[in-house]
Design a binder for this molecule. Structure first.
Ligand SMILES: C[S@@+](CC[C@H](N)C(=O)[O-])C[C@H]1O[C@@H](n2cnc3c(N)ncnc32)[C@H](O)[C@@H]1O
Length: 258
């Protein structure tokens, strides 16, 4: 059986079920309370050029624009989602004038292919709602971290999220079983590394996700020259609405600095 690749992930995000799911969230949900709090803390200057990686249908970027962040560039490698993001920006008036949002099609692991991103020095970068962890293969996630580091100015913050592998006793028990399956070679053969999951959820579509532990992310940040500054579970940052809980599970926020 074929291993999951970036092409698998891109096709899954371009699939109609996923497009409808993320487009609805972009239109109706906007920023989570925790995202807003951390963005205001780590990105205090709304005039600074910011880059959003894995912007999907524009949930974060269009909401940031409405908050007065007016030097935004956002990209995703799923063109169907980028089209939806552009359409939402047009609907909200964020697509024209000197403060227009730039939505681009690009792959986080190959930013040098996109001259607009390559030729800009960003004052900060966001990769929210687990996009980084949807890159299959640790070396590719590190490549994305390196690429984002390269397009940032010194001192720029990076904010991203992951799902903890060890956040509850039942999850710990499930992952102990999964470890046993890996040691016996009985795991899903499409997966690349222990910690990977590939699942199909009704109304969301097929999702690849790597669930790291804390040590792994600390090592990845250090290996890609990012200085870890903060991490914390979402529930410790803000109380979220029922709609946010329906859209997304608990996650860990990470902030690092170039
Ligand atoms: C869970 S979705 C989140 C979308 C959006 N940020 C939101 O919060 O609604 C993760 C996004 O990361 C994007 N993504 C994953 N790997 C990527 C890569 N290598 N380059 C660019 N985008 C990527 C996916 O296409 C998807 O839109």
């Amino acid at each position: 059986m074929e291993k999951i690749t970036a092409a698998t992930v891109r096709a899954d995000f371009n699939d109609l079920v996923a497009v409808v799911h993320y487009t609805r969230a972009a239109h109706e949900l906007g920023l989570w309370a925790s995202e807003r709090k951390l963005i205001e803390r780590f990105f205090p200057d709304p005039s600074a050029p910011l880059l959003e990686a894995g912007c999907g249908a524009g949930r974060v970027t269009v909401a940031l624009w409405a908050l007065g962040y007016h030097a935004l560039t956002a990209f995703d490698f799923a063109d169907e989602l980028v089209d939806q993001a552009r359409s939402l920006a047009a609907e909200r008036g964020a697509d024209s004038g000197p403060h227009a949002v730039r939505f681009l099609s690009a792959d986080a692991t190959r930013l040098s292919d996109c001259h607009v991103i390559r030729d800009t020095r960003f004052s900060g970068v966001l990769f929210l709602f687990n996009g980084l962890m949807q890159i299959p293969g640790r070396q590719h996630r590190r490549a994305a971290l390196r690429e984002l580091h390269r397009v940032c100015a010194p001192g720029a913050p990076l904010l991203f999220t992951t799902h903890d592998r060890n956040s509850s006793p039942s999850e710990r028990a499930q992952w102990r079983l999964e470890k046993l399956r890996w040691s016996r070679g009985e795991h899903d053969p499409r997966l690349l590394e222990f910690g990977d999951r590939y699942f199909d959820e009704s109304g969301v579509g097929r999702t690849f996700m790597h669930l790291p532990d804390r040590a792994e992310i600390l090592a990845d940040l250090a290996a890609t020259d990012w200085t870890h500054e903060f991490d914390g579970l979402r529930r410790t940052i803000a109380k979220e609405s029922k709609a946010v809980h329906e859209f997304s599970d608990e996650c860990r926020f990470w902030a690092a600095r170039k």
